[in-house]
Write a protein that binds this ligand. Structure first.
Ligand SMILES: N=CN[C@@H](CCC(=O)O)C(=O)O
Ligand SMILES: [Mn+2]
Ligand SMILES: [Mn+2]
Length: 353
């Protein structure tokens, strides 16, 4: 049976802000527990599973991924008012991956019902099937008439055929779910490695109409072409489900994964493309998969994952510091240690600033 735990944001090793005279808000100060009154903004949600990786013959340890990302994420400074919830972690216990995916999908759907963008932390890439299942449950009959674009940054297609669901099968499962529900499977992959996928997988990608760009094409000199591929697909989409498998990054940038990349795609290119998605306002759901703390080095991969989670849940183009200054001026009870939390971007007070 799967189980779950309450949201928990590690704060061990926090820098000492006590001598500062300005705003020192950090993520831990603005995170609110997700409950029946939550509305809008984003939520962090963990999927602590490596059962899919185990079934796929990979290096296990990704069950500890959400905790490792949270530890870094909680300490990041927050520069602007934000609505950010902590929706806890779904754990996969006793190897019952299917039950854990279903429980996780229910949590994703509950967030979407409240107009909250889930930013989910894996866990093996088996998280992806749970994410899409959650979106499908949320949409119900509307799934068939909604153009959901799936964008996956990954060295792998994850379209495997296997006797049981695993970390290499989620997008094939999603394709089957779409077919069963009369929906189009619209899947765009960036960073596919020719040496990381068999011919069978390339053939399946073709049969399913998957569009992809190889890792070797993901160069800054080629950015305009990558951007145009993405923009074309975004234009026709009603909403976007974004999945980032950390093994798309070079092994030096993301060593803490089951299958480190010999080449990989630069973080800079990944972030610039993610920003293109964010700019459309169509990002509905996102997950960051495959962090395996057992193989990480100085929390390097967890730091990258936390940086990406921050971008997806909180980033804005305005100057750092503006929101905090305004918030402090307005709220006499806000102290420089972040208590109480600064108002969220949904609050009237912020709108008046
Ligand atoms: N999550 C995906 N896993 C890859 C692993 C590849 C590898 O271990 O080399 C896959 O199944 O293709
Ligand atoms: Mn991968
Ligand atoms: Mn993957």
């Amino acid at each position: 049976m799967p189980n779950e735990r309450e949201g928990h944001s590690g704060t061990a090793g926090l820098p000492a802000d006590s001598g500062e005279d300005g705003p020192v808000f950090r993520v831990k100060d603005v995170l609110q527990p997700f409950d029946s009154t939550s509305q809008g903004g984003s939520a962090i949600l963990g999927f602590g599973s490596d059962e899919g990786v185990r079934r796929n013959g990979g290096r296990v340890g990704a069950a500890g991924g959400p905790g490792a990302i949270r530890n870094i994420f909680a300490r990041l400074p927050v520069h602007r008012p934000a609505t950010l919830y902590d929706a806890g972690d779904i754990l996969c216990a006793d190897g019952d991956l299917e039950a854990a995916q279903s429980l996780y999908a229910d949590r994703v759907a509950a967030l979407l019902e409240r107009n909250i963008r889930p930013v989910a932390l894996g866990g093996g890439h088996e998280i992806a099937y749970g994410s899409f299942l959650g979106l499908a449950r949320h949409l119900g009959d509307r799934l068939a008439s909604t153009n959901v674009l799936i964008v996956n940054f990954d060295a792998h297609f994850d379209l495997r055929l296997a006797s049981k669901p695993n970390s290499g099968t989620p997008f094939r499962e999603i394709a089957e779910l779409c077919a069963a529900r009369g929906a189009t499977f619209s899947y765009l992959c960036f960073g596919i490695s020719e040496l990381g996928n068999t011919s069978a997988l390339f053939n399946r990608a073709k049969a399913l109409g998957v569009e992809y760009r190889l890792d070797e094409e993901m160069r800054s000199s080629n950015f305009d072409s990558l951007r145009s591929t993405l923009l074309k697909r975004l234009e026709g989409a009603d909403m976007v489900y974004l999945s980032i498998d950390l093994d798309v990054l070079p092994a030096a940038v993301a060593p803490g994964v089951s299958a480190p990349a010999a080449r990989g795609v630069a973080l800079e290119i990944l972030e610039d493309l993610v920003d293109e998605i964010l700019r459309t306002g169509k990002l509905t759901l996102a997950d960051i998969a495959e962090l395996n703390p057992v193989f990480d080095r100085d929390d390097q991969t967890a730091r990258v994952a936390a940086r990406l989670a921050y971008r997806l849940a909180l980033a804005s183009r305005s100057e750092p510091g503006e929101g905090c200054t305004a918030t402090r001026r307005r709220s006499s009870s806000c102290d420089r240690h972040g208590h109480p939390p600064m108002p969220s971007d949904g609050d009237e007070e912020k709108k008046a600033i």
